[in-house]
Design a binder for this molecule. Structure first.
Ligand code: HEC
Ligand code: HEC
Ligand code: HEC
Ligand code: HEC
Ligand code: HEC
Ligand code: HEC
Ligand code: HEC
Ligand code: HEC
Ligand code: HEC
Ligand code: HEC
Length: 311
């Protein structure tokens, strides 16, 4: 191509761009600016500028992007038409698919702290949306724009878990702990997803999670009790249980689900109708040792002194 033609085509190309640039400066992008929204939605505006998203000082905040329109999309037409419900503005309701609603938040949050694993989240795969749990304009007081405080937020959809936490032995999510904060569901789960696709646990495995707060159970022990390093949930419930210490069953039944101690160094069979402790073979009294096993095998999670966990 001769040089002169290249030169002129460049000139025409550049000249052609000028009117386009002027148009967008006039607001053809469709964005009107938050100040304009304020005219008719003052309450929303006032709350917005006081919240994290409304802070100029936070880089990447909606305030530093398109303000209200970062989430609601361009609003110029909405205003031209005098505003109104469903008029040329994005609304977070059932008419919009969960993916579309989430995409408004993910435009910024996709790779931000806490939300990186949304694509692996059970909530995402069951079409639970960001705005099911977060409310930008009517959040409860506190951090994170929550629709309700934990655990009530979660109990709203997970009633069976509420029942667990009402059992006699449970992880303390409501009680005041001396000198410490009560646990939250999100102490153990990240509702926005983690690498644990099953239960969104905030650790690589069940045991790693438990060790974060019960470090002494990790050992190392010279004598390990094999089910302990394998999975704490072999013997414990995560949320609540009617047996003390969150146990799945009570001793000795728990122990005897694995140990057949008949013929071992001591017979630990529960007393039954056939072998009663006192009285006749049919009295049915004194079925069990009660705490039995644990009176002697006190270091059930492992020991460095006794291969039988008695010390
Ligand atoms: C001229 C006044 C006016 C302006 C300016 C205005 N709106 Fe509205 N908007 C309305 C009215 C009126 C409604 C209907 C409210 C109602 O029925 O409660 C509305 C409703 C909405 C709704 C809810 C729509 C629905 O279907 O439920 C959203 C979201 C909204 N506006 C966002 C914005 C945003 C963002 C801006 C700034 C870009 C803006 N509005 C500017 C008047 C206005
Ligand atoms: C224009 C970008 C942008 C959009 C869109 C956006 N956010 Fe944010 N959001 C931010 C930034 C930036 C922060 C501050 C992060 C920080 O300080 O670590 C933030 C903080 C938050 C926080 C933490 C608030 C706190 O109290 O610490 C939550 C929760 C949140 N956003 C939820 C949402 C939800 C839900 C949506 C969609 C409805 C959304 N965000 C849309 C940029 C955005
Ligand atoms: C099932 C409920 C639920 C869903 C769905 C949900 N969140 Fe959250 N989100 C929470 C809770 C609860 C917290 C507070 C966790 C805490 O206190 O540590 C939170 C915290 C956050 C934070 C702050 C994280 C931090 O580490 O500071 C951001 C940002 C956030 N959510 C954004 C989103 C976005 C974006 C979506 C959708 C893609 C979403 N959330 C979906 C419940 C949810
Ligand atoms: C971070 C995203 C985000 C920003 C920024 C935002 N909104 Fe919203 N807006 C939402 C979500 C999500 C809803 C759905 C209800 C809720 O979560 O509180 C909503 C709902 C609304 C509604 C409709 C309430 C209804 O009747 O259903 C209006 C009106 C509104 N926003 C106006 C505004 C105005 C005005 C601004 C700026 C001052 C603004 N929003 C900024 C996310 C946002
Ligand atoms: C809007 C309803 C809703 C809310 C609110 C909600 N969830 Fe969920 N959650 C679901 C649905 C639906 C599923 C997938 C189906 C199921 O397992 O029940 C799910 C699944 C889960 C799972 C995985 C369950 C499994 O079977 O593996 C966990 C863990 C979980 N949610 C924790 C939470 C926590 C923690 C909160 C509160 C921060 C919460 N959820 C709030 C609806 C909700
Ligand atoms: C001490 C840590 C911890 C706390 C606190 C906790 N969970 Fe869990 N949760 C777990 C573990 C561990 C599992 C089981 C994971 C597995 O089986 O791999 C689990 C499983 C789940 C499941 C799926 C399996 C089931 O039992 O249905 C749901 C749903 C759930 N949790 C919701 C909640 C909710 C809601 C809260 C708050 C009320 C909460 N969790 C508090 C540790 C915890
Ligand atoms: C975020 C911290 C945390 C995590 C993670 C955690 N726990 Fe706990 N756990 C506690 C607290 C706090 C208590 C209350 C007792 C106390 O004050 O030490 C407790 C108590 C217990 C108890 C005794 C309950 C009773 O009735 O006395 C058992 C058993 C237990 N946890 C097992 C587990 C198991 C198994 C896991 C892993 C699935 C786990 N914990 C994960 C904080 C945690
Ligand atoms: C073989 C069954 C079994 C396994 C597996 C097991 N535990 Fe236990 N755990 C028990 C029994 C039994 C008790 C009650 C001890 C007592 O009452 O003296 C208990 C009590 C506890 C207690 C409360 C009392 C204390 O010793 O602090 C915590 C916390 C605990 N276990 C955490 C864990 C953790 C964390 C794991 C996994 C690393 C785990 N357990 C695995 C059987 C087990
Ligand atoms: C899930 C199965 C399981 C449960 C439940 C269980 N254990 Fe074990 N236990 C084992 C295994 C496997 C060994 C290792 C056996 C071996 O090395 O020969 C072991 C070893 C022992 C040992 C060391 C003796 C030996 O033969 O090495 C004692 C003592 C013991 N368990 C007591 C208990 C008590 C008490 C309970 C109830 C609190 C209990 N166990 C619950 C599986 C279990
Ligand atoms: C009165 C104390 C005591 C009670 C109660 C007790 N044990 Fe033992 N157990 C021991 C001692 C001590 C040893 C080691 C034996 C030895 O050194 O010869 C032992 C050894 C064991 C062993 C390993 C040897 C074998 O027999 O296989 C197992 C398994 C065991 N106990 C399980 C249990 C279970 C399960 C219970 C409850 C049903 C229980 N023990 C109750 C003191 C007790």
């Amino acid at each position: 191509m001769p040089r002169s033609i290249l030169f002129f085509s460049l000139i025409f190309f550049v000249l052609g761009l000028v009117p386009v640039a002027q148009d967008s400066a006039k607001g053809d992008s469709g964005f009107a600016g938050s100040e304009t929204c304020k005219d008719c939605h003052e309450v929303y505006y006032n709350k917005f500028i006081k919240s994290v998203h409304g802070k100029k000082a936070i880089p990447g905040s909606p305030m530093n992007k398109e303000g209200c329109e970062s989430c609601h999309g361009p609003g110029a037409q909405h205003i031209e038409k005098g505003g109104g419900r469903g008029v040329a503005i994005f609304v977070f309701n059932k008419k919009e698919s969960s993916t579309t609603r989430d995409s408004k938040c993910l435009a910024c949050h996709e790779n931000m702290r806490g939300v990186e694993n949304w694509n692996l989240s059970k909530h995402k795969s069951f079409l639970v949306t960001c705005d099911n749990c977060h409310s930008i304009h009517s959040a409860v007081p506190g951090k994170n724009y929550l629709k309700a405080q934990e655990p009530d937020l979660c109990f709203g959809c997970h009633r069976n878990i509420r029942a667990k936490f009402n059992k006699q032995s449970h992880h303390p999510i409501k009680e005041e702990l001396v000198g410490r904060q009560a646990l939250k569901c999100s102490s153990c789960h990240n509702p926005m997803g983690t690498f644990d696709v099953k239960a969104m646990l905030k650790a690589d495995s069940v045991n790693d999670l438990c060790y974060e707060c019960h470090a002494e159970k990790r050992g190392p022990y010279a004598f390990e009790h094999p089910p302990v390093p394998e999975n704490c949930l072999i013997c414990h419930e995560a949320h609540g249980s009617n047996h003390s210490r969150l146990l799945t069953r009570k001793a000795p039944l728990l122990c005897e689900s694995c140990h057949d101690t008949v013929g071992g160094r001591h017979n630990t069979d529960p007393y039954t109708n056939l072998h009663s402790f006192l009285g006749t073979a049919t009295s049915g009294k004194n079925r069990f040792f009660g705490r039995s096993c644990l009176n002697c095998h006190g270091n059930i999670h492992g020991s460095s002194l006794s291969e039988f966990f008695v010390r």
